[in-house]
Design a protein. Structure first.
Length: 148
């Protein structure tokens, strides 16, 4: 985060202190440990340019089905879906309009911002920014980021 020009803030910092700082908020998912600092910095720059929250995303590669009333229904088109990765950048002006701290769950925070009328920009995250959910994911990240 430091290489991206981002100051780290402990989660215990009060919400009003964050808002009053007048600074942009960069939320990083610790389960996306290999997100390149240059990508984080580019998301911060884009959010500053557009004035809109900006989030890194990855394509959805799994099959996704609709479930209603306990029944499996239609298959959703993967091309219409995105997986939230990291980071989520919330510009200071948007932060000042929020009633509370965004969720630490980035997908929930994006949904909450959209529900609050804040359009969220998406940026394609590089493969090494993927989220770790298993030991297999760790091995994949090791392969993607190992020195050549």
């Amino acid at each position: 985060m430091g290489e991206a020009g981002v100051d780290l803030v402990d989660a215990t910092v009060a919400w009003d202190v964050l808002v009053e700082s007048g600074r942009d908020l960069v939320l990083h998912d610790s389960l996306c440990p290999m997100t390149p600092s240059a990508f984080i910095a580019s998301c911060l720059e884009r959010a500053r340019e557009t004035g809109r929250p900006t989030v890194g995303t990855r394509p959805v590669t799994d099959t996704v089905k609709v479930v209603a009333d306990g029944l499996v229904g239609e298959t959703l088109d993967r091309d219409d879906l995105l997986a939230v990765a990291s980071p989520l950048v919330v510009p200071a002006a948007v932060l000042a309009d929020l009633a509370q701290r965004p969720s630490s769950n980035l997908a929930r925070a994006v949904a909450d911002l959209a529900a609050a009328g804040q359009p969220v920009e998406t940026v394609a995250a590089p493969p090494e920014a993927r989220r770790v959910a298993s030991a297999d994911d760790v091995r994949l990240l090791e392969a993607l980021t190992a020195p050549r």
